[in-house]
Ligand binder design. Structure first.
Ligand code: G6P
Length: 607
């Protein structure tokens, strides 16, 4: 995951930038860079490799104002030309996230004579700010105007050689906070980078822009309205992962999903196509004659696999089976050497998933792929191919951002397999990639429903049971919603494919059984609506998560929340978010230990 550190102080800040980057190393990266305001120009140092190399390379650089960055490009050779900061005229920029409209901006700026020297979307921001500075020399105004033109998820930091002593930062979707020091002011992706200089932190909100100078900070919204944000005094040790503004890690991790998705999808960059190589150098050869996919996983990871089955069969036309790892490892199965074994695991250390992978290999099935959040884990080491999700550390036992990033990875796998099998036209591929790229923004919009979901959570926190319904690719999302609720609120919850309702669970439905339904406008919506009628007719109270296009009227006993967008095949990624929030807020009302629910462990490394 990319990391940003920025500083405006009354002393040389290069050692602070470097130390800050070291603290962000845990996020993973493959190149690093910094830029400072030098005597007669921007001085930039970039290096492919470790921050320690950047440290040596910048040993002779000194300045009171600068920005720094770690970048993790997982596709192609990480190169110096793609490393941040990116420079245009007298300004330099570092950036985390994805700029969705970068192609149109790039064409516009190229037509104006700007020459691009990297493949990144970030360079667009540098040229855009430079261009806007021509009409208004004030860096703050220029960055503000530039941000108003950006579509996507980002955190940025900008310096201008002609305006020394100033750093402008802004965020939308990716994290960024300010650190208020005695001898200067700072910004970074997370607090751990700044504990070396201060404990006074200010968390920026989406749409905030801030100026740091040696003497202070000021914050505005992108429309120019000044705002104040509270100062938090961090009590954490430098080694801990910061909770920031949030009450629990689970809440923090739910809200980190736009960034986690943007980071995971960074592998696609600005491209209109994706290559098998994102799963490893041998992927093209290995996937070539795959005739079946077997997904092995536990818990939430199994639910991501179950969702992916709908994608893999519908888009890639490849048969797919999903099996709980603890079952597969012990049953007598029929091996198929042309089968791709996909092990999905947040931790990469889950004992049953690892054993199932080893069991599959022992049966002569060598085409193996790990989808995992921990690069150095056993499951990754023991698989032929790998895709590392970039969710960042997940502390809450109930998995949230690991799940949605797994889904993003599995959709990429679907596209790659479809391509290898000749099932994906170029237009369709590029349309799917655009949809993926928009995900961080779409998820941000869903997160704005938190207050309404809190009201719902209060309503059924005193219930003993809850039933979750979904159909098609949203059935696994109903399963995940039920799992989240039972894990952290201890309310007994079950999920059913809605068509199964009348084959048993309908007997349980009465006024004390809230029924939560995932109801996007897909081709099964009409059938789902009939199932919902069946619930209503038995006095069951319905809580329906519809989307912008679902036509379901609200009526007595039918509560409805609409997700802001309709998201087609990728809709499961959006629909799980309100279910995560619902469980979280129900657990808050019940006063349970949200991040460490009783009897459960984060990483189940024993059978
Ligand atoms: C535990 C965790 C779950 C997780 C499951 C699988 O039960 O509490 O959140 O989904 O293990 O873990 P993995 O690391 O393999 O995804």
């Amino acid at each position: 995951m990319c990391g940003i550190v920025a500083a405006a102080a009354d002393k040389n800040i290069v050692p602070i930038l470097v130390e800050g980057l070291k603290k962000l190393e845990y996020r993973g990266y493959d190149s690093a860079g910094l830029a400072v305001i030098g005597a007669d120009r921007i001085e930039r140092v970039r290096s492919v490799g470790r921050v320690a190399e950047l440290e040596s390379a910048s040993a002779d650089t000194a300045s009171p104002t600068g920005i720094a960055h770690t970048r993790w490009a997982t596709h192609g050779v990480p190169s110096e030309r793609n490393a941040h900061p990116h420079v245009s005229g007298s300004i330099a920029v570092v950036h985390n996230g994805i700029i969705e409209n970068y192609e149109s901006l790039r064409s516009e700026l190229t037509a104006q004579g700007y020459v691009f020297t990297s493949d990144t979307d970030t360079e667009t921001i540098a040229h855009l700010v430079d261009q806007l500075l021509k009409s208004d020399r004030d860096l703050f105004r220029a960055v503000q105007a530039a941000c108003r033109r950006l579509v996507g998820a980002y955190a940025i930091a900008v310096i201008d050689h002609s305006q020394p002593g100033r750093v402008i930062v802004s965020r939308e979707g990716s994290p960024l906070l300010l650190g208020l020091g005695d001898d200067g002011n700072y910004a970074a992706s997370d607090a751990s980078a700044l504990l070396q200089v201060t404990r006074k932190m200010v968390y920026l909100e989406n749409g905030d822009i801030a100026e740091l100078s040696r003497d202070g900070v000021r914050i505005e919204r992108l429309d120019g309205t000044p705002v104040e944000r509270p100062v938090h005094v961090s009590e954490l040790s430098a080694a801990a992962v910061e909770l920031g503004n949030f009450r629990h890690y689970m809440q923090k991790e739910i809200f980190e999903q736009p960034e986690a998705l943007a980071n995971t999808l960074e592998i696609v960059g600005g491209s209109k196509t994706i290559q098998p190589g994102i799963f490893g150098a041998e992927a093209a050869t290995l996937l070539n004659d795959v005739d079946h996919i077997l997904i092995l996983a536990c818990g939430t990871s199994a639910h991501s696999g179950m969702t992916a089955r709908y994608w893999l069969e519908a888009v890639a036309g490849v048969p797919c089976t999903v099996e709980i790892a603890s079952e597969y490892r012990y049953r007598t199965s029929v091996p198929n050497p042309r089968q791709l074994i996909v092990a999905i695991s947040q931790s990469g250390e889950t004992a049953d998933t690892l054993a199932a992978l080893r069991h599959a290999k022992s049966l002569g099935q060598t085409k193996t792929l790990a989808i995992c959040n921990v690069p150095e884990s056993a499951i990754v080491r023991e698989s032929a191919l790998r895709f590392i999700t970039r969710a960042g550390p997940e502390i809450g036992v109930a998995s949230t951002k690991a799940f949605t990033t797994q889904l993003a990875a599995l959709f990429l796998l679907t596209l790659v397999v479809a391509k290898v099998r000749g099932q994906l036209g170029a237009d369709q591929e590029s349309a799917y990639i655009d949809q993926l790229r928009h995900l961080p923004v779409a998820v941000n919009k869903v997160l704005t429903l938190e207050d309404e979901i809190t009201v719902w959570a209060r309503r059924f926190a005193d219930k003993q049971h809850a039933l979750f319904l979904g159909r098609g690719r949203h059935y696994p999302i109903a399963l995940e919603g039920a799992l989240k609720l039972k894990e952290i609120s201890y309310i007994h919850a079950e999920a059913y494919p809605a068509g199964e309702l009348k084959h048993g669970p309908l007997a349980l439905v009465d006024a004390n059984m809230p029924v939560i339904s995932v109801a996007p406008a897909d081709d099964l919506l009409e059938k789902l609506k009939s199932n919902l009628q069946e619930v209503r007719a038995r006095g069951g109270e319905l809580y329906v998560f519809a989307d912008a296009d679902s036509e379901i009227p609200e009526s007595e006993g039918v509560h409805m929340l609409r997700l802001p967008e309709h998201y087609g095949l990728l809709s499961p990624i959006l629909h799980v978010i309100p279910l995560q929030l619902l469980s979280y807020h129900a657990a808050l009302v019940k006063g349970t230990d949200v991040d460490k629910p009783r009897n459960l462990a984060k990483s189940v490394t024993v059978e």
